[in-house]
Each structure stands twice: as structure tokens, then as C-alpha cells.
Design a binder for this molecule. Structure first.
Ligand code: IPM
Ligand code: MN
Length: 347
């Protein structure tokens, strides 16, 4: 039997609740599909930090390298560990260390989910650059704590980085409605964003079958609210993609539905699959977290592993649960009820 090895990092807060649910669903899908998913659980989290002084061991990234994929819940417990420490100690080093340069986030309404917009439907795939740009970490502070303190955070865009994320976006657009929206702010940011626009025009020459639109980030933010059905694939920088995907999550009904995949398209290292929502410490372990984003992220993991049919089966199990009204209204159904409804679609 074909077996895949999964590094399972539940992380903090509701990360544990939702990946436990997701893992149960993934096991059911594997059983049906005739393959095995074998997980190794890693306790790396803020609790681990408080015990050991680090979010993961110094060779953590290397330990993960041998796995076929990584399934992650959420990272963060800001009351005890500063977010800037926990995220730079676990999530971000994995994304960068494994060159998971494409952060893919699907935004569409599941059947039965209304969302806050008066809209019938939309189907957007946001592709966020995940390794450089505004979140590359270049910068520093001098004269700390004094009146003339200076803080510099430099965004770095490389030709390789910009070109590869755009190519990835064009390839995705080809499998969908063949429309690509490239997002910049080139009217105000005259270096990096003008460069991004230029690279978009160059790469577009290789994809004459895809219709390209250039948007400023403020304008596309409004469009995602006012006319989301007019958008197909969106490609954006790390910061812009981060913000736009929270809008995407909001219009699809909330973060409880927002799935994501951090993909290394070259497959030179494992990819990582995680719901977009954070650890939500206030509702941790109360049994109320919506596991759909984590289950959907798991379906994306199956697709990436080459188990397309199992991925489709998990998606249709999610959709048949929401179509029956389970998990469609925030707080109405708990984690377990939603998980059982999804599992029913896989039995
Ligand atoms: C996300 C999150 C992270 C990000 C944070 C927690 C660093 O907001 O995955 O969207 O911005 O990448
Ligand atoms: Mn975010």
C-alpha cells in the first residue's frame, strides 16, 4: 500500500482542536482511497518554547525535510510568547527554509454558507508570494529606546522571486478561468512595484491564453467586496497577499473556512498545509472551533501528494455537510458535530 509520511504540528490553541478533526477526516479519506497517511507528531509550539526556550529544536527544519508534507494547526500564544518570537521561531522559518514560495488560498462560498455579501457566488484563488518581499525580515533598529530611535524594515523583491510566483499564478489560471490579476501599488511604490509590473508583462508573453489585469492593492481590495465574481486568480506580494486573503476569508464566511497551502512547486522540500486562522486562545479546547478550514487544507495536502480523487472526496464531503446546514453559521455547531458530518460523507 502506498504510504505518505506527514509531519503533524498541531501547534497552539485551536490548532490542536482543528488538526485533530482534520486528521480524522484525512484518515477516513486514506482508507477509502487505499493509501496510508502516517503521521509523526511534533509538540513544537509556544508551550514547547516555555519549556525549552525555543519554538523548535535548532535542527527543526532539517528534521521536517524528510517528510512528504507538513500538516500544521496554528502558532501563537501572545499572552505568554510575543508573536514576533513564536512566528519567527516556527512558521516563517519553515516557509522560507523549504522555499514554499506559493501560498495558495481559495476563497469561495461553500454550499449553504451565506457570507456577509449579497452575492450568489464567487471563486477566487489568491496566490501570495511567501518567501520575500515585505516579510523578508531585512532591517534593524538603532538607538533603541532613545528619542532618536530608528527602525528600518526593507522589502526585498528579486527577479527570481517575482518571476516564479507569477509563473505559478499563470499556470494556475490556465487550469481555471484563465484570468490573472496582478496586484501592486506601483503608483506609490515606484521601485519594487514598478519592477513587479514589468516582470508581469514579461512573463505574460509566455501565457497569451491568459487574460492579465493589473490592479493596485487598494482597488482590488474594494473589488473583492463589491464584485468578487469578476476575479479568478490573484497574484500578490507577501504583505498584500496577507491582507487580501483576510478579505477573502471574510467574504467566504469567515476564517473558519479559509484554507491554505504553502507550496514548494519544485518539490525540492516538503510543502505545508494550514488553516489561515490563528490559534484563537480565547476559544481553545472549548470544542467550538470550526474545523472546515483545517479539513479543506488537508484536502489540498492530498491533492499535492497526488491523491486527487481523495482530495475531491474530502471536498465533496465538506460540501455535503454544509449543504445540509452543518457548520454554516458561526457557533451553531461544534468541532465534533462538524467533523462527524464530514466523516459521514466519506463512509
Ligand atoms: C497568515 C498569518 C501569518 C502571515 C502571520 C501569523 C505571520 O497572518 O498566514 O496569513 O502573515 O503570514
Ligand atoms: Mn494573515
Amino acid at each position: 500500500m502506498k504510504a505518505y509520511t506527514i509531519a503533524h504540528i498541531p501547534g497552539d490553541g485551536i490548532g490542536k482542536d482543528v488538526t485533530e478533526a482534520g486528521w480524522e477526516v484525512l484518515q477516513a479519506a486514506a482508507k477509502r482511497g487505499g493509501f496510508a497517511l502516517e503521521d509523526t507528531r511534533f509538540p513544537w509550539s509556544c508551550a514547547y518554547y516555555l519549556e525549552t526556550g525555543a519554538m523548535m529544536p535548532p535542527d527543526g527544519v532539517e528534521i521536517l525535510r524528510k517528510f512528504d508534507a507538513i500538516y500544521l494547526g496554528a502558532v501563537g500564544w501572545p499572552a505568554k510568547v510575543a508573536d514576533s518570537v513564536s512566528l519567527h521561531g516556527l512558521l516563517l522559518p519553515i516557509r522560507k527554509g523549504f522555499t514554499q514560495y506559493a501560498n495558495i488560498r481559495p476563497h469561495r462560498l461553500l454550499p449553504g454558507v451565506q457570507g456577509p455579501l449579497r452575492r450568489e457566488g464567487f471563486d477566487i484563488l489568491c496566490i501570495r508570494e511567501n518567501t520575500e518581499g515585505e516579510y523578508c525580515g531585512a532591517g534593524g533598529r538603532i538607538h533603541s529606546g532613545t528619542a532618536n530611535e530608528v527602525a528600518i524594515e526593507t522589502a526585498i523583491f528579486t527577479r527570481e522571486g517575482v518571476e516564479r510566483i507569477l509563473r505559478f499564478g499563470f499556470e494556475q489560471a490556465r487550469t481555471r478561468r484563465k484570468q490573472l490579476a496582478s496586484v501592486t501599488k506601483s503608483n506609490a511604490q515606484k521601485h519594487s512595484m514598478v519592477f513587479w509590473d514589468e516582470v508581469t508583462r514579461e512573463v505574460a508573453k509566455d501565457y497569451a491564453d491568459v487574460e492579465v489585469s493589473h490592479y493596485h492593492v487598494d482597488a482590488i481590495a474594494a473589488r473583492m467586496v463589491l464584485a468578487p465574481e469578476s476575479l479568478d486568480v490573484i497574484v500578490a506580494s507577501n504583505l498584500f497577499g496577507d491582507i487580501l486573503t483576510d478579505i477573502g476569508a471574510a467574504i467566504q464566511g469567515g476564517l473558519g473556512y479559509a484554507a491554505s497551502a504553502n507550496i514548494n512547486p519544485d518539490r525540492s522540500a516538503p510543502s505545508m498545509f494550514e488553516p489561515v486562522h490563528g490559534s484563537a486562545p480565547d476559544i481553545a479546547h472549548l470544542g467550538v472551533a470550526n474545523p472546515i478550514a483545517a479539513i479543506w487544507s488537508g484536502a489540498m495536502m492530498l491533492g499535492h501528494l497526488g491523491e486527487g480523487q481523495a482530495a475531491a472526496e474530502v471536498m465533496s464531503a465538506i460540501e455535503s455537510a454544509t449543504a445540509r446546514g452543518v457548520g454554516t453559521i458561526a457557533g451553531k455547531d461544534g468541532t465534533e458535530a462538524i467533523t462527524q458530518a464530514v466523516l459521514a460523507g466519506l463512509s
